[in-house]
Write a protein that binds this ligand. Sequence first.
Ligand SMILES: Cc1cc2nc3c(=O)[nH]c(=O)nc-3n(C[C@H](O)[C@H](O)[C@H](O)COP(=O)(O)O)c2cc1C
Length: 283
Amino acid sequence: MKVYLMLNYQQIYKNRYGKETKVGALKTDLPPLLKTILSRGSVRKFSKKNISKELLSLLLTAAQSAPSKSNLQQYSILVLQDEVIKSQISNLIGNTKWALKAPLFFLFLADIRRNIKITRNRGYTYKNNNLDTFMNSVIDAALSMQSMISASETIGLGVCPISMIRNIIEEVKNICELPKGVFPIAGLAVGWPEEKSSISYRLPQDVVIHYNIYNDENLSDKIEEYDGRVFETAPISEDKQRHVNLYGVAERGTWSENISRQLSVPERDNFKSWLKSHGFNLE
Ligand SMILES: Cc1cc2nc3c(=O)[nH]c(=O)nc-3n(C[C@H](O)[C@H](O)[C@H](O)COP(=O)(O)O)c2cc1C
């Protein structure tokens, strides 16, 4: 028999957006998984408690249960267990070192190599090393990561995806011997949480969700309102503000100020040429 939990959707909505919903009460009970999804937040501190082999296998199975474009399964998952390899990466990753201290650390890899080999082994010419295949492999890897995230969080584990890994992509390639056609879209730290995750407010639905036609009228007003809500509860502190050396400390540590600062400075702008040198044609 399925176990359902009464959820107070109004409260969940308020926690996620920082404002009330006009939608009425739901007339159905919802399964606990949904509560986890709706109230999740990233975790960056983990206890030393290990995760059993059986649980690891379950999480990997959850990851592989994600949908995959044409079931092409164009991704791989690297489980980092070797302490020497972990410390080599940890030494390169600056103040993201904490992530490698998690009991589990994965690299989610977009992988077009396997199917190139399979196609050729069967005597066919592979003709799909292009931008579309690249994107499909990234989507596959991202969905499998999300599937592992939801599975982990449902059983009380904490997680944090780590794109910082792409800042040292060449080094990670060498350390983990990633062949051409295989690259990490992100790392994922998983462990028993040693801190309570907080729920960060998301953009209001009328900014992100469009009905029938795309409409971004009154964006500035809506963002100002959102900034106000975020600022009231979780202003972006000086140490979390982006590019303070370039722009100084922001008077108001708002979401839009911070993302604008971040996006005004190119990040990983050699990524395309790196991918091209690493087996992705992107044509
Ligand atoms: C693809 C991806 C890469 C991320 N990379 C990092 C990272 O390198 N370091 C980090 O501390 N958090 C990272 N995060 C976590 C985000 O910062 C976090 O999801 C976001 O701030 C929203 O917070 P929440 O997950 O607690 O709701 C990443 C998240 C995603 C989806």
